[in-house]
Design a protein around this ligand. Sequence first.
Ligand code: UDP
Ligand code: MG
Length: 333
Amino acid sequence: MKMKNKLYSVVVPLYNEEEVIKESYYRLTRVLQEIEGDYQLIFVNDGSKDQTEMLARSIAENDDKVVLLNFSRNFGHQNAITAGMDYADGDAVIVIDADLQDPPELIYQMIEKFNQGYDVVYAVRSKRNGESIFKKVTAKLFYRTLNKMVDIDIPLDTGDYRLISREACDILKRMRERNRFVRGMVSWIGFKQTGIEFERDERFAGETKYTLSKMIKFSLDGIISFSTKPLKFSIHIGLIMASLSFVYALYLIIAKGFSGRTVEGWTTIVVLILLIGGIQMVTLGVVGEYIARIYDESKNRPLYVIKDEIGSRAPNDVENINASNPIYEHSNK
Ligand code: UDP
Ligand code: MG
């Protein structure tokens, strides 16, 4: 009996990557042609404003291994990955950045681990080359803080470059939460997971598409989606403040009893008002972040909108796949 060839789906999110897309396509193709099994390359254009769409379109039109999903606007990296995983038909799905900071050659090792029975093989950045000190320090800090705050085990220094088995991908597809932090969601599902180390290269060309504000939003998503500790933290601050003020009040009463002196203490009052006011605002803000996410969740909008699709999968598969795809399910109801 002949074994069915395995199919690997490779998902590449693209946002203003006109400078790297061609090189990325060549290098990925070179790697993928060498693997045992078949492959499909899924480009997700996340509302790029440059020539990315045009370039990706011509690639997809000329190579039937390539599919291009065009978003109607920028929905963000995490939603782009999600769209790719929703679309993927493969026995395993590999998510990789377009900028070649994640070396495609690592895919060989990922597939090897996958064949050994692992459901998730993630790439751990043992070293980051060519990134700003600021990015390195904030990233290090973020992964460590995150690990302290959440209950699940999210591997340190791990991006979204990973291989996910069909089984794991199907479970991820059922998790339609907004403000996504995909790498956390992948850890959450469990299964047999393992990491392989690599040195992160410099971007092949262009600049990071993660602006500071996108990075802040992303780290908040990571922490807030996986932890309620910030909420509980305000209880602790409240308790500490209350105990401190109790001690202080006691001190004032005793001081008055002994010396009969009342302190003028204008400064103390102003400082205390500012401090307590500040803490209250911060706590309110934390509560607000959670409420905003509940509101977001309750609207139940699709995670992304696909404007058009270029190149397609084997035609006889389409019906089956659409039936199991939650996005299509939503629109049928
Ligand atoms: N990206 C995206 N949408 C965005 C921002 C980024 O699809 O809004 C893509 C980008 O094209 C790249 C990947 O996500 O393929 C990672 O982005 P980038 O390399 O800029 O992030 P960094 O490596 O600096 O963290
Ligand atoms: Mg990058």
